[in-house]
Design a protein around this ligand. Sequence first.
Ligand code: FES
Ligand code: FES
Length: 182
Amino acid sequence: MTDPVIKPIELVINRSRVTATVEPRSSLADFLRDQQMLCGTNLGCEQGVCGACTLMVDGVPTRSCITSAISCAGSEVQSIEGFDHDAVMNELRAAFTAEHALQCGYCTPGMLVTARDVVIRLPEADDARVRLELSGNLCRCTGYVGIVRAIRRVLDARRAVQVVPLDTAVRLELSASEQAWK
Ligand code: FES
Ligand code: FES
């Protein structure tokens, strides 16, 4: 049997420059989990349907199970581990806890990444719009009532104190507290 072709790759993961080698067929999810030891990204369907593997590539929510790692050369990848000091993500985590928006937690990393994008991109979103935006993220055990309530809680709190909506062109930019931390 011949050795698989290995390709060099350089990219930014959670704000750190990474140089590695990958097989061209490796998915971004497998690359992160198996080679970078970033196991916060969960895999469910592995065919782009369930949304469990959602993370950010160049500021856009992306299915990492159907994205090849090699195609991310030169890109900026942000997995759930990269949001520890992100203001919006911290608000969402607190709201998910308060609204009992998870049970087994398997869908939660992908759900949080999508939710953060909704909060930043759609500050005026109502329940119907939040539900529409979540249509690509499946939760098999909690149901969506708590998840929608959690996202609305963050949106409403931000509106109440008139947080200026972030420019959607800079979705990957760090939110307020993270900039201070950095
Ligand atoms: Fe990627 Fe389901 S595991 S969409
Ligand atoms: Fe279990 Fe969503 S919390 S799948």
